[in-house]
Design a protein around this ligand. Structure first.
Ligand code: HEM
Length: 140
């Protein structure tokens, strides 16, 4: 299911399920010309690096092949964060998403009820009308 997982990665690159979080600087440092004093809170967001064309050429284009081979550079694709506090649920999530997607795609045809349904962005992204679908079993 390598290709399926690459598709899931590309979905999470374009629409990260988490907006990110706050980190506290343990020492004064500089980033992009800005000084961040010790003790300040910094909001990191996956979206900002996922849409950086230096790391993801044509960032708006849906292209699962970005994740083939060794994939993106370290700490550029971060839907689960990174370092010591990286999401401990990520392996479980992989199992659930792959099992769900495999069964849905191999057994059913999905048809969006609202073709151009918009995404709403709050704490997490959500389809505006909760993604109503018509689900048909594959013909045998
Ligand atoms: C698609 C699903 C999920 C996404 C995108 C996600 C994303 C994230 C992100 C971005 C962080 C913050 C990482 C950081 O600060 O560097 C995080 C932390 C965490 N996640 Fe997830 N998560 C997911 C599912 C889960 C699940 C299913 C569990 C538990 C079964 C889980 C448990 C946790 C915990 C406990 C932390 C805090 C880790 C710490 O601060 O040391 N997550 N997650």
């Amino acid at each position: 299911m390598e290709y399926t997982w690459n598709v899931v990665h590309e979905c999470m690159r374009i629409t990260p399920p988490s907006i990110g979080g706050f980190k506290e600087s343990t020492a004064e440092c500089t980033f992009a010309g800005f000084t961040i004093p010790k003790g300040w809170k910094v909001l990191w967001t996956p979206h900002s690096s996922h849409m950086n064309p230096d790391y993801f050429p044509e960032p708006q284009k849906f292209d699962p092949s970005r994740f083939e081979g060794s994939g993106p550079a370290p700490f550029t694709y971060v839907p689960f964060g990174g370092g010591a506090t990286i999401c401990p649920g990520r392996s479980y999530v992989k199992l659930v998403i792959l099992a769900f997607t495999h069964n849905m795609v191999t057994r059913f045809t999905l048809e969006k009820f609202i073709p151009n349904e918009k995404m709403l962005f709050g704490a997490t992204p959500k389809p505006a009308y909760d993604l109503p679908l018509r689900i048909h079993p594959h013909k045998k």
